[in-house]
Design a protein around this ligand. Structure first.
Ligand SMILES: [Zn+2]
Length: 248
């Protein structure tokens, strides 16, 4: 895989931890790749990423993987908050508002190659390949509704829950009843927290809960029809939760 090293960002510092556990995918929301290089390499902006992939599939290495690039901002996953210290950040040359508003084959093929390489190098499982919208669901929507998680799924880069045993589901539902966690919403919040999401703002405010659910659906249920989507989402989260419960 060819990496372009012509542009470097000054926006990084030392990682606080040595282990790299996550890969975070973003979109730049800028007009084109040149604007993105300028933006990510400008000291004033205080943002960066390890990689930037252009619409043509060129991969720019802006920050060495050794260092802590500044891409995640305030974020959370499974009790961890300094995601920048434990992740590799990849920016995609995409904006919903300009001509670069499609995720073309060239860009996605390069992304898949890069993801596979990084995941292998640091032994990152597909459960830890996330979007910015997963780790900051109330603040961020990137990589957005158009991002083809389903293509990544075919390449085993998206967590794929198993079909679970009926008895396990039955016991689980009984357990929730015993804990007095009764509404579908409360159960989903409980399970999403276990999966890793920051549920803090979604508990009491409906619009925040909807954001959380929408970001989850974009990642895992992208190809599902809108019909009964709430129910389908509930069942999918249940499978997700149970698979993790059995494998974590
Ligand atoms: Zn982002």
């Amino acid at each position: 895989m060819k990496l372009i090293h012509n542009f470097k960002s000054p926006n990084f510092n030392r990682r606080k931890y040595n282990k790299i556990e996550f890969i975070i995918i973003h979109y730049t929301a800028l007009k084109n790749v040149n604007e993105s290089i300028k933006f990510l390499c400008n000291k004033k902006n205080k943002v960066s990423s390890h990689y930037l992939i252009s619409q043509n599939g060129e991969i720019y290495n802006l920050v060495s993987e050794k260092y802590r690039a500044w891409h995640a901002g305030v974020s959370y996953w499974a009790s961890k908050t300094d995601i920048n210290s434990i992740s590799i950040g990849i920016e995609l040359d995409f904006s919903p508002n300009y001509k670069n508003n499609i995720y073309g084959t060239k860009l996605i093929n390069s992304l898949i190659k890069l993801l596979k390489k990084i995941a292998k190098k640091y032994k990152i499982n597909n459960h830890n390949i996330l979007g910015h919208s997963d780790i900051a669901p109330y603040r961020k929507i990137d990589p957005g509704v158009k991002f083809p998680w389903h293509t990544l799924k075919k390449n085993n880069l998206v967590f794929n829950p198993k079909i679970i045993n009926f008895y396990l589901v039955f016991s689980l539902r009984k357990w929730f009843k015993l804990q007095n966690i009764r509404s579908k919403k409360s159960i989903m919040i409980f399970m999403l927290a276990y999966i890793g999401y920051d549920i803090s703002l979604g508990i009491n405010k409906k619009s925040n809960f909807n954001l959380l659910l929408k970001n989850y659906q974009n990642h895992y249920l992208q190809r599902y029809s809108k019909k009964n989507l709430y129910k389908k989402t509930y069942k999918f989260i249940e499978r997700h939760f149970c698979t993790l419960l059995l494998t974590k």
